[in-house]
Design a binder for this molecule. Structure first.
Ligand SMILES: *[C@@H]1O[C@H](CO)[C@@H](O)[C@H](O)[C@H]1NC(C)=O
Ligand SMILES: *[C@@H]1O[C@H](CO)[C@@H](O)[C@H](O)[C@H]1NC(C)=O
Ligand SMILES: *[C@@H]1O[C@H](CO)[C@@H](O)[C@H](O)[C@H]1NC(C)=O
Ligand SMILES: *[C@@H]1O[C@H](CO)[C@@H](O)[C@H](O)[C@H]1NC(C)=O
Ligand SMILES: CC(=O)N[C@H]1CO[C@H](CO)[C@@H](O)[C@@H]1O
Length: 504
């Protein structure tokens, strides 16, 4: 009897203690999160760019669509044998049948990786749309990178022109203050539908658990792959401070009538970029590109004429792989270490800069990449070349990180209780061993994320080759990750635009 009570007492004491400790720990971390949040908000608002009469002008290209969004696990409640759908190979990614679609969806779902895929099968696409529309939770939005970024720029006080061929009905979803290139739709013009399957962390599909919240997009788009708004846009006439090129993933996996059509369209984009006024900064928003031929075309026609690149953790991994090995990589870590992403960013920058240096004698229109923004779930990483025109890097990093939370939680007010800090209190600036690191100036160090000063910035000299090096400034902002994800589609666009607006 006595022993029982003793155990009981000890057990209750231990339980009580752990409850108190847990509460103490949680209130401590809640307090810390609140401090960091206040500091981020301070940084976000502490800039002096947008005055009412001097609105920066921004052109956002190309395209738009109608987004139909559903929760993946509500609609794709497949109960048959999922073993039938095992992915054979990453590159085996063409979607002709429902089985192909399930296989592709499951592959990205199980990795928590964002994906956007084309199916040439109209019938299949119509059927999947019909299934999605039947579900009561479906929702329609104006979609596409250009309108989402354009709306965000407009919201932040910019004067915006969107290059897109959209229906009159679609236009009513845009604020009246936003300009769209002149386009008179024909009678039978319909906006293309992009069907979006969203999922949350821990959502279950067959044997698979989603490691993080993300989305899988499937479409049968016929307008956007042809960049139908290209010839309607006259960038210099609008005289923008910033020209954003995005939406080119629509050319991915698209069966063009002849192989040269895509190249011609991209050469049109190149022409538009190279003819832009030298004072107009050009940003290229990457996407998850699958076809190596498209990546090669982009590396030839688009990337060398941009000043700035925006991308997520998958996209920087893919870009680095293509630059280093000539091969596509689709399976990056969906929650990478800071050190790894930093190494990837430096590699990309070095290779692009070296190629700039090698080719600029023959092509005076080449621009140097002077800004890279990598948005991940846990942090926002920004790099600016010192001798460049980008401003307010620290504020921009903080703003993009707050935008990430607000977008995914769909709220303008950040509630610390609905927040998780995924990042540790400190990080290494490189994961490479001294032997791997060819940079004599780059000694990896540990950087602390201080309470009340959550956005560390530091200077580096990146050696581009034996003789040349470039001075850069790098800032990292932790993301107050939204606990209950409500919306992941368009997050990258909102985050990128929010970061850019403070930098021009
Ligand atoms: C809050 O921040 C302080 C100072 O950085 C740190 O010592 C403490 O461990 C943090 N508390 C929690 C619960 O993370
Ligand atoms: C999912 O389940 C519901 C109810 O059981 C059913 O009506 C619906 O057709 C199913 N959807 C799919 C794609 O199998
Ligand atoms: C993201 O951008 C869209 C378009 O501007 C806007 O409707 C949405 O509210 C934004 N999300 C957040 C939380 O910033
Ligand atoms: C980085 O260099 C700039 C000058 O280019 C300087 O203002 C800034 O303080 C430096 N940052 C750090 C952390 O040393
Ligand atoms: C922006 C940038 O990094 N430019 C550098 C690229 O490399 C050349 C040659 O090494 C430098 O002169 C540029 O400053």
């Amino acid at each position: 009897m006595g022993t029982f009570f003793k155990y009981f007492a000890i057990a209750s004491f231990v339980a009580l203690f752990s409850i108190i400790f847990q509460a103490y720990h949680e209130s401590g971390s809640l307090q810390n999160i609140t401090f960091q949040l206040q500091a981020l908000v301070q940084l976000e608002s502490n800039h002096n760019i947008i005055s009412k009469d001097d609105k920066p002008r921004v052109v956002v290209a190309y395209g738009s669509c109608s987004d139909l969004t559903v929760r993946a696990v509500d609609v794709l409640n497949y109960t048959g044998n999922l073993k039938d759908f095992q992915v054979r190979d990453e590159s085996d990614d063409e979607i002709h049948t429902f089985e192909d679609f399930m296989r592709s969806f499951m592959y990205y779902f199980s990795k928590g990786a964002a994906a956007e895929r084309y199916t040439p099968n109209k019938e299949l696409f119509r059927n999947i749309v019909a299934i999605a529309k039947k579900h009561s939770s479906h929702r329609w939005d104006l979609g596409g990178n250009a309108p989402v970024m354009g709306k965000r720029f407009h919201l932040e006080g910019a004067q915006v022109l969107i290059a897109s061929t959209m229906s009159v009905k679609q236009r009513t979803h845009l604020d009246k203050g936003i300009d769209v290139v002149d386009f008179i739709p024909s009678e039978d013009f319909v906006d293309d539908i992009h069907l979006i399957f969203e999922y949350k962390t821990g959502d279950k599909f067959g044997d698979h658990l989603a490691p993080r919240a993300n989305r899988y997009i499937i479409h049968n788009d016929e307008n956007n792959p042809m960049i139908t708004s290209l010839e309607l846009l006259n960038v210099n006439k609008y005289n923008p401070k910033l020209f954003v090129v995005s939406g080119l993933q629509m050319l991915d996996n698209f069966p063009f009538k002849s192989p040269s059509v895509r190249k011609e369209r991209l050469q049109g984009v190149k022409k538009q970029m190279t003819e832009s006024h030298p004072d107009t900064l050009i940003h290229f928003e990457m996407a998850s590109f699958v076809e190596i031929e498209l990546m090669t075309d982009l590396l030839e026609n688009v990337i060398p004429y941009a000043d700035s690149l925006g991308m997520n953790e998958q996209e920087v991994d893919n870009l680095m792989h293509v630059l280093e090995t000539g091969k596509i990589s689709l399976s990056a870590d969906s929650n990478p270490r800071v050190a790894t992403t930093l190494d990837q960013m430096r590699k990309v920058f070095k290779i692009l800069n070296r190629s700039y240096y090698e080719h600029r004698k023959n092509d005076v229109k080449l621009r140097m990449i002077s800004r890279i923004h990598i948005h991940t779930l846990a942090f926002q990483l920004m790099m600016n070349v010192k001798a460049s025109n980008w401003k307010n890097i620290k504020n921009a990093a903080a703003k993009s990180s707050l935008t990430a939370h607000r977008h995914v939680c769909q709220t303008s007010y950040v509630n610390p209780e609905n927040t998780i800090l995924v990042l540790d209190d400190s990080f290494a600036t490189s994961a490479e061993t001294p032997a791997q690191n060819t940079d004599k100036d780059m000694r990896p160090k540990r950087i602390e994320i201080k309470l009340g000063d959550p956005v560390p910035c530091w200077n580096e000299t990146i050696s581009v080759d034996e003789i040349h090096s470039v001075d850069v400034e790098i800032c990292l902002s932790p993301v107050l990750v939204c606990r209950e994800a409500r919306k992941t589609v368009g997050a990258g666009d909102n985050i990128s635009a929010a970061g850019l607006i403070l930098q021009i």
